[in-house]
Design a protein around this ligand. Structure first.
Ligand SMILES: *[C@@H]1O[C@H](CO)[C@@H](O)[C@H](O)[C@H]1NC(C)=O
Ligand SMILES: *[C@@H]1O[C@H](CO)[C@@H](O)[C@H](O)[C@H]1NC(C)=O
Length: 364
């Protein structure tokens, strides 16, 4: 009797193992770029560009400041959610070892730009060349764990996100009147230079094994609370940085088309962050926001001056604000952005959205 039961049990166990789908590890996810996607690397660096003290993280699951530049989850967290994966750890985190490495890694660092001379006032941050070096180093560490061939496969099948470029305007070209870059370049020439350097970065990502890369353009730089407060007239978006973003984004699409044509595959996908933001900036109420001009946390006009700290004004309901601090969206706004990344039409995602990518890539 007992042995029949045992046999039945074993048969059932075997059947359930055979019929369960292959234990699918979600695809790995790698993140490069600036504060919009930094999940805490700068916590480990001697820099003023940091978000590791309250009220940052006030709505994060732990209600603690993690280094994310938001009240809660950031864009990479929400993309990980869509991939069915846990959030990627910052590359500098001591927790990123062993099996955790297989989830991916976040190499982003607040303050950086396309150019090495962007964000120099933030001192010790991880500029793009070093983010790419770390990606190489990461692959060596994973190779030691699972072998070279499986590592290559993990990287080739991964999703990659890169968000950079905004700081090349606000923390370089427009940082001070008569900045070095603004005396050296007219705005259109500077945009050309940035696009050409950005193209080289994307080629290096490809050479390091990236095969699906979401590339975000810059948001509406003139419409963030800090720019409205410092440069905007009567609460309108500041014209110069807005014009910069307007010039930059179409050129980015051209560059991405060129790269994809050379490769012969849709490796690079442009996410139109400008459009995604402008939707709720132009009609905040339609998206449930009370305002898109005033930051939740800060001081001065539009809460757009200085840093967000414990002594700043702090709004009580973060979901009513598009901007958390002078530059960075709230979790609610990040959710709207990721919704468009997932399902947006070709005005938002070029040449296709993330749900289409996931569908295509699940077939190979
Ligand atoms: C940025 O710095 C790296 C070395 O850290 C160098 O290889 C690269 O050429 C520099 N980029 C530019 C555009 O000067
Ligand atoms: C984007 O994703 C949605 C699914 O969310 C899909 O129905 C739609 O066709 C896609 N749009 C484009 C333009 O690829």
């Amino acid at each position: 009797m007992a042995s029949t039961l045992l046999a039945t049990f074993l048969v059932l166990l075997l059947l359930s193992i055979l019929s369960s789908p292959a234990v699918a590890q979600p695809r790995a996810f790698f993140v490069f770029g600036d504060s919009l996607v930094d999940s805490g690397n700068n916590n480990f660096l001697a820099t003023t560009a940091r978000a590791d003290s309250p009220p940052y993280g006030i709505d994060y699951p732990t209600h603690r400041a993690t280094g994310r530049f938001s009240n809660g989850l950031n864009i990479p967290d929400l993309i990980s959610e869509k991939l069915g994966a846990e959030p990627t750890l910052p590359y500098l985190s001591p927790e990123l070892t062993g099996q955790k490495l297989l989830v991916g890694a976040n190499f982003a660092s607040a303050g950086i730009g396309i150019l090495n001379d962007t964000g120099i006032q933030f001192l010790n941050i991880i500029r793009i060349p070093r983010q790419l070096d770390y990606f190489h180093q990461y692959q060596q560490r994973v190779s030691a764990l699972i072998g070279e061939a499986r590592t290559r496969q993990l990287v080739n099948r991964a999703l990659v996100l890169i968000t950079v470029g905004g700081n090349d305007f606000v923390n370089n070209y427009y940082l001070v009147p008569f900045s070095v870059r603004s005396t050296q370049f007219t705005l259109p020439d500077y945009v050309d230079y940035l696009i050409s350097e950005y193209g080289k970065i994307l080629e290096q990502l490809y050479n390091l094994g990236a095969r699906r890369v979401l590339v975000t353009g810059t948001g509406p730089l003139g419409c963030v609370p800090t720019e409205i407060a410092q440069r905007g007239r009567n609460g309108n978006c500041a014209e110069d940085p807005q014009k910069a973003a307007d010039l930059f984004n179409p050129r980015l699409i051209d560059m991405i088309n060129r790269l994809n044509n050379n490769i012969g595959s849709h490796v690079f996908i442009a996410a139109n962050a400008f459009r995604m933001h402008m939707d709720f900036i132009q009609s905040p109420q339609a998206y449930g926001f009370r305002t898109s001009k005033t930051a939740c946390c800060g001081q001065g006009p539009y809460n757009g001056l200085g840093l967000c700290t414990v002594v700043s004004n702090l709004c009580s309901n973060r979901d009513e604000y598009a901007f958390w601090d002078g530059f960075h969206p709230t979790e609610k706004a990040n959710r709207l952005i990721v919704q468009q990344i997932m399902g947006g039409n070709t005005d938002y995602m070029h040449p296709m959205n993330l749900s289409t990518i996931m569908e295509l890539d699940s077939r190979v």
